[in-house]
Design a protein around this ligand. Structure first.
Ligand code: SF4
Length: 791
């Protein structure tokens, strides 16, 4: 739903019917979307059917209607809009016009005895709008269901009189009216408060320019890429101008997207701070289902969970109650209103997003084809949303994962065993896919790029039809998690196959457990991300480490004419020293005791120059442990990061990093791990960081495929596959030191490669000048640096 200007509320036909007419249980036992249409394949079928229909068929027909409303002492208009799949004109028959609604499904059509009510309601809305607009007394609707595998179709036809449709449609609008009236009143209050809102802090150097850049980007419908070092205040610098744009009716919804939960707290605090300054704004954070579920582990169906039973009958009342009773929408309020109305807190939270001005959530909810918020992004339509994408360097790898798909051969065998004697047809189709994979396995000598998998995909599609049937009939089975997992993996695989293009590679190899797999690997996610970003108005990507910015702009869907800015660091250069150890290497060929001893000597001298807390970042746990063994006797207060630390262990680890400690503390951590990004040891709680090695990822089949792909494309295979990711980890790890204006700290880069132009080109501006040292000169440099700080 979108507020066009203060008196007009826009809603799509689909959203309207899904919102008002839903009822019944939440039930994920059958894969979540059993009855509704398949996604990507569905659009292919739409196009195919529409093409076949001839000259009396108008495909993708845009329709809209505006209805004046007077309610709860406010007057406004509701605009309902959408695109009918097709309008059939048949002058010789009755009715002379039929609205066609097409749905592609995996299910066997003989099991479909009536149209899905929500689909029928969509067609009825279009029929009403069309009949009203073109003055028809009678009008038909046709639900066209098409099986995606067989392409068989089944039709459901009905004819309505105009008064019948009008009564039904106005009833729908009347029900929606109370929500729209709330939205209208709230928007007026919110926008009044925004007009009075001022930037809540004194501007730091360069911050005002940044705020202006963000604002201009939004009003010009552009995308902006910001490299903003720590201390710039990027959260408020992006949120404030976006809120200002909202107050002027330029955007109706802000999506603040993060890669990690920890970042979300800072964002919530920023919104809260503005609210304390007088802003009226409803902001909601989407918390992972596992964290808000009332069960130990989500099992969303009416048998396992009392909240799932009848959830849709109650959830609208729960949301309306919350919106009308509370000013803020915190997680605690969502939990308590979900309890009061006996609904699922996670699903309720998703519904609250419809009414919130800002949504703080993981990248997944916008970009992941399996998780994205269908309510906002399903329709192929540009909205006025603004995306604020924090720590955007993470999105490249995350997006590649989201748009890639993998299937393991063993999954098919496992499920085949689980469904034995219960679904003969399903067993057969699983076997057909397994045979395809077996053939591919015989041809694979370690790693093999595959040019054509059409036959395998055809078998997967046949399998999906059978799977649908099977899941409908057997909702409670032993091993249901494995059965459902394979179903969802295949669905994702088929969806990615549907969109795969020359930026994908299909290959087979063996995973870490030596299991054979086939993978559709997305080499460049820019087009996929661009398609998502096109659903909004503007996007601001920002990070402390977005170098080289041209690479991130290219990979993250930047277009010609989009902007990139570098925000200068507000910190005093004299507060830090950056040194490169020139006589040490971490190359695989040079990893030996002598080299490790040098590293220990460096660390020991570096951390004994001044009492305080230090972190040393290694490229792997293996190297970390080997160096830790040698360093044990030499280093005071050595603590070591362990693999898979819990939240509690992580907190305990950081707890002793206090300002001005009695004894030094040296934390050995891994680059790219939980301590190298997102931790904020402010106010001299960390005074030095040592980076051991260049952070390059391990060589593996996938990385080598990337290297080959980009070598062919732009001769920068090594940079794209290894260097940029490695240096990003280096910069993130080094960024743990000096977090505030008053902090002072030292950074030591231990690898001779850091002197090469290839690497120094990726240093941020604030890393110049830097000093090249050996173990002896480093001591002198450090001595001078720390002495100067005390003067
Ligand atoms: S409370 Fe948990 S199990 Fe129940 S519907 Fe919600 S997420 Fe699913």
């Amino acid at each position: 739903m979108e507020l066009e200007h203060i008196n007009k509320i826009k809603i799509s036909v689909r959203t309207l019917v899904e919102f008002i007419l839903r009822s019944g249980d939440l039930d994920n036992r059958t894969g979540g979307r059993r009855d509704t249409e398949a996604m990507q394949e569905g659009s292919r079928i739409h196009r195919k059917i529409q093409k076949k229909m001839g000259s009396n068929y108008s495909a993708e027909f845009s329709l809209s209607i505006t209805i004046p409303i007077s309610r709860d002492e406010v007057e406004f208009e509701i605009c309902v809009e959408g695109r009918a799949d097709g309008i059939i004109s048949q002058p010789e028959e009755e009715p002379t016009v039929v609205i066609d609604e097409i749905k592609g499904v995996y299910m066997e059509l003989s099991h479909l005895e009536a149209p899905v009510p929500i689909h029928r309601a969509q067609a009825m809305c279009y029929a009403y709008i069309y009949a009203k607009q073109y003055d028809y007394d009678n009008i038909g609707i046709r639900m066209t269901y098409c099986n995606l595998e067989t392409e068989n179709t089944k039709y459901f036809d009905e004819t309505f009189t105009f008064p019948e449709l009008e009564q039904w449609f106005l009833g729908l609008i009347d029900e929606y009216g109370k929500w729209a009236a709330w939205q209208n009143r709230w928007s007026i209050k919110r926008n009044d408060s925004i007009r009075a809102l001022e930037f809540p802090f004194p501007y730091r150097p360069g911050q005002k320019e940044l705020v202006t850049d963000v604002y201009k980007t939004i009003i010009r419908d552009k995308r902006l890429f910001i490299e903003a070092p720590t201390g710039v205040g990027k959260t408020i610098s992006t949120i404030y101008p976006t809120i200002k744009a909202m107050g002027e009716g330029i955007t109706s919804k802000i999506f603040y997207l993060t890669a990690k939960t920890i970042t979300r707290t800072v964002v919530e605090e920023t919104f809260q701070h503005l609210i304390e300054k007088g802003l009226h704004l409803k902001s909601v954070t989407i918390t992972a289902k596992e964290k808000v579920c009332i069960l130990d582990k989500p099992d969303c169906n009416p048998i396992a969970c009392m909240r799932a039973k009848g959830h849709f009958n109650r959830v609208n009342d729960a949301v309306f109650d919350l919106l009308n009773s509370e000013n803020e929408i915190s997680r605690d309020f969502i939990l308590s209103y979900a309890e009061k109305h006996n609904v699922c807190p996670f699903e309720m939270c998703l519904d609250v997003t419809n009414w919130a001005d800002s949504i703080i959530c993981d990248y997944n909810y916008v970009f992941d084809p399996n998780v994205y918020l269908r309510r906002f992004f399903l329709a192929d339509k540009k909205n006025d949303y603004v995306f604020l994408i924090d720590e955007a360097h993470n999105l490249v790898e995350r997006a590649r994962e989201m748009y890639s798909a993998v299937l393991n051969k063993n999954q098919f065998l496992r499920v085949k065993r689980l469904v034995k004697d219960k679904g003969t047809k399903l067993e057969k189709r699983l076997e057909a896919c397994n045979s395809d994979l077996l053939k591919l396995k015989r041809e694979c000598d370690g790693c093999k790029v595959i040019e054509n998998i059409t036959d395998f995909v055809l078998h997967l599609m046949r399998l999906m039809t059978e799977y649908e049937e099977f899941l409908q009939e057997h909702s409670n089975l032993d091993g249901k998690e494995d059965i459902l997992q394979l179903y969802m993996d295949i669905r994702h695989f088929l969806n990615m196959y549907e969109i795969h293009n020359e930026k994908y590679i299909t290959y087979t190899d063996y995973d870490e457990q030596d299991e054979f797999r086939i993978k559709l690997l997305c080499m460049d996610p820019s087009e996929n991300l661009h398609a998502c970003l096109e659903k909004g108005k503007s996007a601001i990507f920002f990070s402390a480490t977005l170098l080289p910015i041209i690479y991130y702009k290219e990979q993250l869907g930047g277009r010609e004419g989009d902007y990139a800015v570098y925000a200068p660091s507000p910190f005093d250069k004299d507060n830090r020293i950056i040194m490169i150890g020139k006589d040490v290497s971490t190359k695989y060929t040079r990893r030996n005791d002598a080299e490790y001893q040098k590293i220990v000597d460096y660390i020991s001298a570096f951390t004994s120059a001044k009492k305080g807390n230090y972190m040393v970042f290694f490229p792997s746990y293996q190297m970390l442990n080997q160096v830790a063994e040698l360093a044990q006797a030499l280093l005071d207060g050595l603590v070591v990061q362990k693999n898979n630390m819990t939240e509690m262990e992580k907190e305990n680890f950081l707890q002793d990093f206090t300002a001005e400690p009695e004894q030094s503390r040296v934390g050995f951590c891994v680059m790219g791990g939980i301590f190298s990004e997102g931790i904020d040891l402010k106010n001299d709680r960390l005074i030095g960081v040592v980076i051991v090695g260049t952070g390059l990822p391990m060589i593996c089949n996938e990385r080598e495929l990337f290297r080959g792909f980009y070598d062919e494309k732009n001769r920068r295979g090594f940079d794209y596959a290894y260097l940029y990711q490695g240096m990003n980890k280096v910069l993130q790890s080094a960024g743990r030191v000096i977090r505030t204006m008053g902090d002072k700290g030292a950074i030591l880069l231990l690898d001779e490669r850091f002197q090469q132009t290839q690497y120094t080109n990726l240093f941020p501006k604030e890393w110049f000048p830097n000093i090249t040292v050996n173990r002896e000169t480093m001591k002198t440099e450090l001595y001078d640096f720390w002495n100067n700080q005390e003067l």
